[in-house]
Design a protein around this ligand. Sequence first.
Ligand SMILES: NC(=O)c1ccc[n+]([C@@H]2O[C@H](COP(=O)([O-])OP(=O)(O)OC[C@H]3O[C@@H](n4cnc5c(N)ncnc54)[C@H](OP(=O)(O)O)[C@@H]3O)[C@@H](O)[C@H]2O)c1
Length: 350
Amino acid sequence: MFQTRKREAGEGLRVAIVGATGAVGEVLLGILEERQLPIETLLPLASHRSVGRTVSFRGNEIEVQEAKPEAFDGLDIVFFAATGSLSKELAPEAAKRGAIAIDKSSTWRMDDRVPLVVPEINPEALDAHEGIIASPNCTTIGVVMALEPIRRVAGLEYVVITTLQATSGAGKPGVDELEAQVTAIREGREPKAEVFAAPIAYNTVPLCETFRPEDGYTTEEVKLLYETRKILGPTHSGGDVDVHMTCVRVPVPVGHAATMLIQTERTISPEAAREALAAFPGIEVVDDIATNLFPTQRDVVGRDEVLVGRIRRDLTSDRIALWQVSDNLRKGAATNSVQIVEALIERGLV
Ligand SMILES: NC(=O)c1ccc[n+]([C@@H]2O[C@H](COP(=O)([O-])OP(=O)(O)OC[C@H]3O[C@@H](n4cnc5c(N)ncnc54)[C@H](OP(=O)(O)O)[C@@H]3O)[C@@H](O)[C@H]2O)c1
């Protein structure tokens, strides 16, 4: 079993954030303040470019240091919110020094030794961790949150998903590119596309990350498939949940949305699905067609709940259709990582 540092009674956690200057890192700092984790020290880490900058935490300005293995000595928790290659290199270094690495990148998610956790769904997976714990992709988290309550009541066979993903899903450079292109178009200039494969301003782009030459899917879409299977586990009949997905980038700074068509194993009415969703922790149902009530990406910014609406029966089958929105930087990334630490504390694992 993985052993963390022995803490004295009443001693708080020593925590570091790798990527503290990035889009997820900044939101993570705010959530760590909000949620009252027992933090004794907080160490912001980033690349050499950010050394000398400060970040603010609980009223103090703390200097950013370069992320290097030695920085992890004596820590309890290291959040990784930087790049996949850095997580690959440094997460084992953190674990080697007795700190638990909570990784936001895709590097470790499909590794059999690494739990992939959404605390509302599979916190028990944490018990077997070996020092590295993965938080799922920002799109996967919203999707599995909406699927799990329905799966618990009616089982799950397959789901057809189309996502509408915010530019911040590609980090700060993605947000900046949308702004720069809006300005360029307004000033009559050609928008320059660097982060995304085509102009994202006043447009939608059906390519998140990169295409896979072998099957025409994108790396983002394939993450959604395999991560969903790993988190939700097998169907009642022992097979894998099938996930058919198209991921689309939209000109929205924050908030990922998805339409979902769900084939359950046993028929479930839209009313029962609505009830199961409303009772699930971390979900809020926003759904009243009489008053045009449905959740939008703007509604979810700064919130931790996954919002679900447009819950209805497919017109040509007994499938359930719905619309789901979540803040990709919060529940899709930072909040989920902090909830993982809260679950570790609850389970006596840190
Ligand atoms: N954005 C989302 O919605 C989202 C959701 C889920 C997961 N994630 C994952 O979270 C991670 C961070 O994403 P982000 O959106 O926050 O990206 P971002 O805004 O581009 O920030 C990247 C962060 O990583 C740091 N960094 C980059 N190279 C580094 C290096 N060689 N050494 C140390 N630090 C380095 C940067 O530091 P400098 O400022 O010094 O360059 C910055 O703090 C990624 O793995 C991403 O896949 C993102």
